[in-house]
Write a protein of this length. Structure first.
Length: 115
């Protein structure tokens, strides 16, 4: 099963995680996301965690790295579908200081496009 699905809606990259965001898949997700960001002039990124159950420090690195990559162009990174465990990691790590959370990827898309 493909671990991640990538979808582009206008200049928004939606990264739909199909399983956990951990050290096993972090390098692949980082490399593929960066290629898409550069090739399609992506401005915003949505990480959809609705099918993920776990995230480790490598996942934090993936998210922060993509945030740093697009923030200079005025872009945002937002997340959706977090379970309690992943939500707690976001809280403890301080990711919510720079990243917004919404219930679904569709709501994320609406919020980004209306901003």
């Amino acid at each position: 099963m493909e671990e991640t699905k990538y979808e582009i809606v206008r200049r928004v990259l939606i990264i739909r995680l199909q399983k956990d965001l951990d050290h096993h898949c972090a390098v692949n997700i980082r490399e593929k996301a960066d290629k898409i960001i550069d090739r399609y002039y992506i401005k915003h990124i949505i990480f959809d965690f609705s099918k993920a159950k776990f995230m480790d420090s490598a996942g934090i690195g993936v998210i922060m790295g993509r945030y740093k990559k697009i923030k200079y162009s005025g872009g945002k990174v937002v997340v959706s579908g977090l379970n309690k465990s992943i939500d707690r990691i976001f809280n403890i790590s301080g990711l919510y200081k720079v990243i917004d959370k919404y219930d679904t990827a569709d709501i994320c898309l609406q919020k980004i496009e209306s901003a």
